[in-house]
Design a protein around this ligand. Structure first.
Ligand code: FAD
Ligand code: DLZ
Ligand code: SF4
Length: 511
């Protein structure tokens, strides 16, 4: 009996569950399909990275003796969808069984389940064992809890995987979290060490040509293209980070600097999410750096928390709450996404920097995603669906399982507090403290209602005031409301009028 083993573009790991127990006649199916490349207009770098990584992975499987059916995007017979390609492959190979590892997006899980139900072929959907907490385990952790706080989940994961743990179940260094030593503002003149650019082989060059021809109209620049496209190259990136950048990772984790998209961040999420790297090996390498005296504990613990904690936690939240999660909109935010998310043309230096980094690299680091573009979207009440589609399209590491909880839950508080205990709303003062953006901005972060006042300031208070009924009971916000209520009525009115003016300017393209 021939088994067809469908491997998706973000499943490029030899340890993948659907690649285990292969029999001689089995066929691995991989396909570049328009449906996946366009369900949101993915950044050209993301498409090029994935197609090149898929082609390299297929070549490695072939070299190891697997039978691989690889369908390129420009194959004239390509039907453009997974459904069409699976049908063609069944017809051509006579396969009676299809095996696939569970996908990272709910819409595809529904598709695969529909194939199971229509009974044309036996379809086995296997768990994704590359994650450290499977979906059932997360559901069991969540079931008895009223609040699903990441910090407690993370501690369980530390214990389960024995990462940064000492005898007697104590955390290394005596504490679970060293963030009080992290997250410093950037000192003047902070730059980041040189990053790696990988040489391009024929496969990557062909893909770049293809992407240029077919997806140039999507937001984002294709070249220069520096991405790793094989596991070996991704490991080089990881080693470079551990050796040269990890020691300062914690310290500058939240810093933002004009013209410096990367600073001390790892740049591994695209490789990790596509399967070229695995989470546990990354945590082990980071821990080894600490134990060998190459990186301090605050940096190593902070880094491991992102992978062992946040990454697994957001996946758990996604699968726990889908499909309803995708429909949530706690603040009923419906303001259309302004053009400057696509053009970077705004006088707000912080936003234009974050969008330029995104356009040029299919990357911007966490704090820019959260506290600049995300914070603006939250304060201005931008449509939650449009904002999510933007994040899903523009970042090379974006798949719905990780993008949606981060955008809807963390940045927009659209889930009403499933992920966070309060909205990450901040005025311009936060951005001024954590970046040098305000130094070259036409707006002034110290002002709220004046002509050249930072738009974030009035929007911040307006957000708090217009959502008072939804937030006033929040136990972490009484101080904010106490401050707002101390403003006299005239000041409150002036701030809200200024916020209305800012939104008006945004709609006119004049912000
Ligand atoms: P570093 O800052 O060096 O962190 C190391 C690793 O930790 C990352 O590679 C990533 O695997 C993991 N990590 C850190 N924070 C998170 C987090 N909040 N959720 C999941 N993993 C995390 N991450 C994605 O992988 N895909 C997305 O589509 C995505 N969308 C986001 C949208 C918003 C609005 C926000 C606020 C965050 C989003 N993140 C997303 C999380 C985070 O911003 C990226 O993982 C990170 O910027 C990737 O860059 P890096 O590899 O240099 O990470
Ligand atoms: C993101 C993406 C793109 C752009 N193209 C393809 C593709 O042509 N073929 C493929 O198998 N996967 C692609 N992907 C990744 C899928 O969208 C991803 O597997 C699902 O969103 C599930 O996470
Ligand atoms: Fe951003 Fe306001 Fe600072 Fe300008 S002044 S960079 S808009 S925070």
């Amino acid at each position: 009996m021939t088994t067809l083993r469908l491997v998706l573009g973000d499943q490029l790991s030899v340890s993948l569950s659907s690649l285990q127990g292969m029999a001689a006649g089995d066929v691995v199916l991989m396909c570049e399909v328009m449906e996946e490349a366009t369900y949101v207009p993915h950044h050209p770098k993301k498409i090029a990275f994935l197609f090149s990584a898929m082609r390299h992975f297929a070549a490695e499987l072939k070299a190891s003796g697997c039978k691989v059916r690889y369908v390129t995007l420009d194959d004239p017979a390509n039907t453009g969808s997974f459904a069409g390609e699976v049908q063609r492959a069944i017809k051509d190979t006579g396969a009676q069984r299809l095996v696939v590892t569970e996908p990272g997006e709910y819409r595809l899980l529904e598709t695969f389940k529909a194939w199971q139900d229509d009974g044309q072929i036996k379809v086995d959907i296997l768990g994704d064992t590359r994650f450290l907490c499977d979906i059932a385990e997360f559901k069991a952790w969540a079931a008895p809890r009223k609040q699903l706080r990441m910090e407690y989940f993370y501690r369980e994961m530390r214990k389960k995987h024995g990462i940064l743990m000492e005898k007697g179940g104590k955390p290394t260094g005596g504490e679970w979290n060293f963030d009080k030593e992290n997250r410093k503002p950037p000192p003047r003149g902070l730059t980041s060490p040189q990053r790696i650019s990988h040489a391009k082989d024929d496969i990557t060059r062909d893909v770049l040509k293809l992407v240029k021809a077919r997806f140039s109209h999507h937001f984002g620049t294709l070249e220069p293209f520096h991405y790793a496209v094989t596991r070996d190259q991704a490991l080089i990136e990881l080693d470079h980070f551990i050796e040269k950048l990890l020691p300062k990772f914690g310290e500058y984790q939240d810093a933002m600097v004009t013209g410096e998209p990367y600073l001390y961040h790892a740049l591994i999420s695209s490789y990790l999410n596509a399967g070229l790297l695995l989470p546990l090996e990354i945590c082990h390498r980071a821990e080894t750096a600490y134990r060998g005296g190459h990186a301090p504990l605050n940096a190593v613990e902070g880094f491991i928390r992102q992978i062992l904690g946040w990454r697994e936690y957001v996946r758990g939240i996604y699968w726990l709450h889908m499909p309803t999660y995708g429909e949530m909109n706690y603040f009923a935010a419906t303001e259309p996404l302004p053009d400057f998310y696509w053009t970077a043309e705004t006088k707000m230096r912080c936003v234009s920097e974050a969008v330029k980094h995104t356009r040029d690299h299919a990357y911007s680091h966490h704090i820019q995603r959260l506290m600049v573009t995300g914070n603006f979207a939250l304060l201005a009440g931008l449509d939650v669906k449009e904002v999510q589609d933007w994040y899903l399209a523009v970042y090379s590491d974006a798949y719905e399982w990780v993008e949606m909880p981060n955008t809807l839950g963390m940045a927009l508080f659209g889930d009403g507090g499933i992920m966070g205990s309060k909205p990450y709303a901040a005025s311009g003062k936060y951005i001024r403290k954590m970046s040098n953006f305000c130094d070259t901005c036409l707006y002034n972060p110290e002002l709220t209602t004046e002509d050249n006042a930072c738009p974030f300031n009035a929007l911040y208070w307006d957000f708090m005031a217009r959502n008072e009924d939804k937030l006033t009971q929040n136990h972490r916000l009484p101080f904010i409301y106490a401050t707002w209520n101390k403003f006299d009525k005239a000041k409150q009115k002036a701030i809200r009028a200024k916020a209305a003016e800012v939104l008006g300017d945004m709609r006119k393209g004049a912000l």
